[in-house]
Design a protein around this ligand. Structure first.
Ligand code: OGA
Ligand code: ZN
Length: 370
């Protein structure tokens, strides 16, 4: 047939805008009959097909490519579906959205949600998850003053994931602190726990009490900073996306180590998706000393740009508020507070980012945006 060309390893088919090539294994693997109709998992085994798999006959009928294979199996593919794959639209994943950079003036614009509204209204949860994908930060107000309140908020997005220290953590000043967070000292801008093999994704920080003098929250969209580094210092940017640097966290019972890229790229589109940044949990850089000649300038440039007031959102987190943010994309910290000036207590936990995207896909399909 004129509009289909059967080749050795695949076929060419004329689609409305273009002639596209499709590999025979790919076509056979993705025949509609390959999927279990109930579980939607692939139940076809491509490994069983012959080395020289090819098509016996193919034609276009009623907007479909109809294929007959040499073993008699028949497949059909809609031309529109083929077109989508040929021009890179793929599945059309709605969770791959453009991240919107923000700057020091973001506090008044931050997406805000009411706890009870979220619990009662899945359409609001769709909006909430969307704002987390786009801005990477949101505030939930009117939280119950309880551990259960935080658990149920996390449950709206996914399952709480443990870090090496357990399912949740409590931030308050204590005697014999195992890390700086548990003192009244300032916490420099950081992302939590890069020493973990998979650093935590979405972080919830539920403020239960904040009567102390000082202790303002510091938040920076590190993606916005990384994109500025990319345009102003492309060589530094490239190095920080390629090198995996060592991180380490030790307590008396743990010695947690991992290597991470300081700037992470989204495998879907190559855009900056986040950072791993924590000077207090950075291990000794173990590269060739000559590489330090470029690594330190790159690291210092990026770190200093993050401290630029242009990017820094500074505000007071109030009791009853929970700030929810992408722990890879958003660097956070706090100003010091005065010992004995009042109570300050935050309870935190994490949910993976994959769960956020999954929840968004499901809820947005059910509740379209008004
Ligand atoms: C932390 C942290 C923030 C705060 O414990 O890692 O970032 O405001 N705490 O105390
Ligand atoms: Zn932190």
């Amino acid at each position: 047939m004129a509009n289909i060309n059967l080749l050795k390893t695949g076929l060419e088919v004329e689609l409305p805008q273009q002639t596209a090539y499709f590999n025979y294994f790919w076509l056979r693997d993705n025949c509609a009959s390959s999927w279990d109709p109930i579980t939607q998992e692939r139940i076809f085994d491509i490994l069983e097909e012959p080395e020289d798999l090819s098509v016996k006959h193919a034609e276009i009928l009623a907007g479909d490519l109809q294929v007959e294979w040499h073993d008699g199996h028949q497949s059909q593919y809609s031309l529109d579906w083929l077109r989508r794959w040929a021009c890179g639209e793929k599945h059309g994943d709605i969770a791959i959205r453009n991240r919107v950079p923000w700057y020091s003036d973001h506090y008044d614009k931050m997406a805000r949600f009411d706890y009870a509204d979220l619990v009662e209204n899945p359409a609001r949860v769709a909006d909430w998850t969307e704002s987390l994908l786009d801005d990477g930060v949101s505030i939930v107000s009117n939280m119950p003053d309880s551990n259960e309140g935080l658990k149920s908020l996390c449950g709206l997005i996914g399952t709480v994931r443990a870090s090496f220290s357990g399912y949740e953590f409590d931030v308050f000043s204590k005697a014999d602190p195992e890390n700086l967070a548990y003192t009244t000292k300032a916490l420099e801008l950081h992302t939590d726990l890069p020493p973990e093999e998979l650093p935590p994704g979405i972080q919830f920080l539920h403020c239960r009490m904040n009567d102390a003098v000082g202790g303002d929250s510091l938040f920076v969209d590190a993606m916005a900073v990384a994109n500025k580094l990319k345009s102003s210092f492309p060589d530094y940017f490239k190095l920080l996306t390629e090198l995996t640097v060592p991180f380490r966290y030790t307590t008396k019972d743990h010695d947690v180590r991992s290597r991470q890229r300081i700037i992470e790229l989204d495998p879907n589109n190559g855009e900056v998706s986040g950072v791993n940044f924590s000077q207090h949990l950075s291990d000794i850089f173990d590269f060739d000393q000559k590489l330090m000649d470029t690594l330190y300038p790159a690291f210092r440039q990026f770190g200093r740009m993050m401290q630029d007031p242009k990017y820094l959102m500074k505000f007071r987190l109030n009791a009853g508020e929970c700030i929810v943010f992408d722990n890879h994309r958003i660097a956070h910290g706090r100003a010091s507070y005065e010992e004995g000036s009042g109570d300050r207590y935050l309870r935190g936990c994490y949910v993976d980012r994959g769960e956020l995207r999954s929840k968004y896909r499901v809820l947005r399909a059910r509740h379209s945006k008004d």
